[in-house]
Design a protein around this ligand. Structure first.
Ligand SMILES: O=C(O)CCC(=O)C(=O)O
Ligand SMILES: [Fe+2]
Length: 388
């Protein structure tokens, strides 16, 4: 299929902007916005699906603003979420590798709806923002396999082991190797689905704070004083993507507008960090099929990630077989023994099954045996899917 010239031009513009943005993440203020990266219709569909889902959810407890977190849109949402990720993968290019090293992955992908509170006073807004001051940076684990993937082309290794621990080829990005100041980092993403303005509770970021090697104290004090003076509310419109280094000091705002501010929040981690969410295991095949191969790699799906082979992605089994008897033990242990109600049901059904006075004994026995076999097979299928 021929790609129209205007589409091609826009793609090139996005890639060039993203390269500049990566530089800003590494050396500049630690954040930047990629403008017009997602089609407006995709944003509008995601937004309305998210708001529909949010009706079934409670408001968040922290930090006290009227927000709702809407998890796992890839699991229950329609194709628009896959479209959003495909457009993101195209626009981002190799910028995440540039910032986070080989095979970075989007380990968190959920939404936040910030509902209007037009009557909040300035003093209340200030207090809520003070309470909400934080940074998003967490740690995970390290995998030696990546050394093998990126080094075997260049070096023979020693006795089959990769040589990844010298100056050359260490898999952390330059400036973030063990012992170097800074440490490994993460990148946060906010997909803006409507409009970010200070009045509508735009996220505020403190330029350069990702390099201070400190987590801010929330509440009154010198951290807040500096934040209040220097933080920049991030303005944006539907289709823009805000990126910031995970250690950046920031707050959510209060929405004093008239409609919900809806955004999707993501976290990109280096390949050696554990995932924050389970979308690799919970995303249904129909959604997975809609993702481009680049989007699948960036989401960390098994079989799509350079350096992790066909079946290995944490928590991984490296192709080790899963035996039915182990699944049967798990099935008994997990929901039956831990959930008393299910155990009770089994006991009652068993009593019926062995009671000779009841005419339906055979039916009940069949039901019990059939149910147990089905239950064990279901557990086995689930575990097999989750452990590749
Ligand atoms: O939605 C926002 O404005 C920011 C949310 C945030 O900082 C977070 O979820 O960690
Ligand atoms: Fe945050």
């Amino acid at each position: 299929m021929r790609v129209p010239k205007s589409v091609k031009k826009n793609r090139e513009r996005l890639l060039s902007d993203m390269r500049d943005l990566a530089k800003e993440l590494k050396e500049g203020a630690g954040y930047g916005t990629l403008r017009g990266a997602i089609p407006e219709t995709t944003c509008a569909t995601c937004r309305s699906e998210l708001l529909k889902r949010a009706r079934q959810l409670d408001f968040d407890v922290w930090p006290g603003v009227r927000s709702k977190r809407i998890k796992d849109p890839l699991e229950w949402g329609g194709p628009a979420f896959a479209e959003l990720l495909n457009a993101t993968a195209t626009a981002v290019g190799s910028a995440m590798e540039d910032v986070l090293g080989p095979s970075p992955w989007l380990t968190s992908f959920h939404a936040l709806a910030l509902y209007p509170e037009p009557d909040r006073t300035d003093a209340e807004v200030r207090k809520l923002r003070m309470t909400g001051l934080h940074s998003d940076f967490p740690y995970g684990e390290f995998k030696e396999k990546m050394d093998r993937a990126i080094l075997t082309k260049e070096e023979t290794g020693v006795e089959g082991r990769p040589m990844g621990h010298g100056d050359r080829g260490w898999q952390f990005p330059p400036g973030f190797r063990p012992g170097e100041p800074g440490g490994p980092h993460t990148v946060q993403t906010i997909w803006i689905l409507d409009k970010f303005t200070p009045e509508r509770g735009a996220t505020a970021l403190l330029p350069g704070s990702c390099r201070w090697k400190r987590v801010p104290n929330c509440g009154p004090g010198p951290d807040w004083d500096r934040f209040e003076k220097e933080a920049v509310p991030q303005r944006g419109r539907c289709g823009d993507i805000l990126f910031y280094v995970g250690a950046t000091w920031h707050t959510i705002g209060v929405n004093r507008g008239s409609s919900p501010r809806v955004a999707i929040l993501g976290q990109w981690s280096p390949h050696f960090m554990c995932p924050l969410e389970a979308h690799v295991w919970t995303t249904p095949s129909r959604t997975r099929r809609r993702l481009s191969s680049r989007a699948r790699a960036l989401m960390g799906f098994p079989g799509s990630v350079q350096g992790y082979g066909e079946t290995s992605r944490p928590p991984h089994r490296d192709g080790a077989p899963r035996f039915l008897r182990d699944s049967a033990r798990f099935a008994l242990d997990h929901p039956v023994l831990r959930s008393r109600r299910l155990l009770l049901l089994f006991v009652i059904l068993s009593l019926f099954a062995v009671s000779p006075s009841l005419p339906s004994t055979a039916t009940l026995a069949l039901f019990l045996v059939g149910g147990s076999v089905g239950y064990v097979l279901g557990t086995h299928a689930t575990l097999t899917r989750m452990c590749v």
